[in-house]
Ligand binder design. Sequence first.
Ligand code: SF4
Length: 398
Amino acid sequence: GQCSLYCPSGAITEVDQTQNIEVILKSRKKLVVVGIAPSCRLTIAELFKLQPGALTTGQCVHLLRLLGFHKVFDVQFTADLTIMEEGTELLHRLTDPKAITPMFTSCCPGWINMVEKQYPKLIPHLSSCKSPQGMFGSIIKNYYAKKVKVAPQDIFCVTIMPCTAKKQELLRPQLRNEKTNIRDVDLTLTVRELGRMIKRRGIELSQLEQRDFDNPLGTSSGSAQLFSATGGVMEAALRSAYWLKTSETFPKLKFQPVRGLEGIKESSLDFDGRQLRIAIVSGGKNIHKFLEPWGTSAFNYDFIEIMACPGGCIGGGGQPRSNQHILPLRIKSCYNREDSKTTRASHENPQIKKLYQEWLKKPYGEKAIQYLHTTYAPFKFASESLKDTKSKYFENNQ
Ligand code: SF4
């Protein structure tokens, strides 16, 4: 995938982190929870020469249980949460004359790395929302831990992710407890690594029954499934932002202008009486091309979704190898699963409603900002920081 260009963690790919997780599981010292990302349930089957999507979500849950994880959760739950926060942030930016627009999505760490390294002037335009992985870790260590009365340091939080950029994301200083320095997410496995673990254990995929996720982080809407592919976060955000603004359902359930594998998509829609200009971009080259007119009148948008990998996370670098025939099958499986969900929009997810009632109170409120939002900073290149250290050294030793 393209993301290897932007994740400085190329080296991490070579380290088999499945060994680490086996040790943790065997030691039985910690409560080991796992969360699976929206795109990963679509692709696991391919590692075993099956069609994309051949394994149901319920079978993936069973698989993770057989591997020994104590609690099996859904990162789609926090994808719904991301939409609640990002949708509210978008409305805030659109209505507050002092707020900075356009707003860019922030759920792809490949894109975040690119901004921090190559486009630092875009930092104020990034949504302050943590990614679904970031929110997952935060909810586990700050909310779930209290609920089940286990100390955060006694929980080991694992995520199954489409790329190695996610391994690097979890190391961000912003994604740990400031006081205790405990990380929100402890370890990420890519789909390919998960495949190795399954093969080593000799688990037969054809024999898998359906199982349900554990709760409360196990319920999700169709919108959350859409996060797997380019355009999905936009579609999900439009549904809920529209509802948050008007208390009415977004008129187009399948919003075609944002769908499909094209690298750059643009549209404009009536959003409660104002024209909302949106764009969806995926793949490194397309991102650079799209940003060329930045700062000129030709660049005229309100909300932009960006994913570093062509096609979005279904094309991630940690996924089974893909080609131009595989990606359309993966995206088809994503939309089929969305269609089969009874709850389609993030704000309709009953567990999300409960989380706000019980703990967060309101989207983009004080508590939500504390636990679900983050900050970004221009990246300091190694040579620069070396220079800094040197000059400090000289200052201190003169
Ligand atoms: Fe990772 Fe998805 Fe971003 Fe690719 S598009 S870098 S898979 S988060």
